[in-house]
Design a protein around this ligand. Sequence first.
Ligand code: 13P
Length: 256
Amino acid sequence: MRSKIVAGNWKMNLSSVEISKLVKEVANQIIEGEISSDTKIVFGPAFPYLALVREILDSFHLGNILLAAQNCSEIDSGARTGETSVGMLKDVGCDLVIIGHSERRKFHKESNELLKLKVDKSLEHGLPVIFCIGETLEEREQEKLFEVIESQVSEALFHLSAEDLSKIVLAYEPVWAIGTGVTASPEQAQEMHQFIRLLIDKKYGFEVSDKMSILYGGSVKPANAAELFSKPDVDGGLVGGASLKSGDFFEIIKAI
Ligand code: 13P
């Protein structure tokens, strides 16, 4: 059975005091709420707080809560002011790295070609990846959504071996649903997730596609999480705004 995952991407939000409070509250709720250990929970703080979150998580000894960075460099070290290498992420205890978020694609002009290099670098260092894909509203309206998703997946990932691909979690995040309060309907999410799984199936076979976790992201809230997660190809969520409040995030975790 593939992993169920609820990941919080905090983006450029929260202070150290807010983070300490949030992580402890969610961890305590997980202990008390008896969430299945098969469900993986992910926290994705900004770079300066990765070590802090690691330290708090270690004090709880909960193996199913993982730490993710929001980005990484495609090279190992050197003259790249402001960048962070995968080796550094491993050094501070990251379990995962988010690559290809639409905000990185848009504001930092990250191309499929560059993202491919970042994926390769992460896997070279043994750091599993949450790889984000998603179409814009314009692309959806022009009925180019399947074409766009296919090229995002194939150009950045289809050079990988089946073994390496199994270290990737995909996150389908339609750009028009991110931070807008407009969620894809459960049917729209299922339609795309099924399409993505079929793409993986065609290239790598059923064994690989059946095991791949595909998360949905874009205005996931306590009110819509259960319906989205009930779809057969939706294996969890990548949550922005609603992951910043422990109560909301825990409600979403419970929905899985
Ligand atoms: P929101 O949940 O705030 O729409 O953000 C989704 C997202 O971008 C997660 O990576």
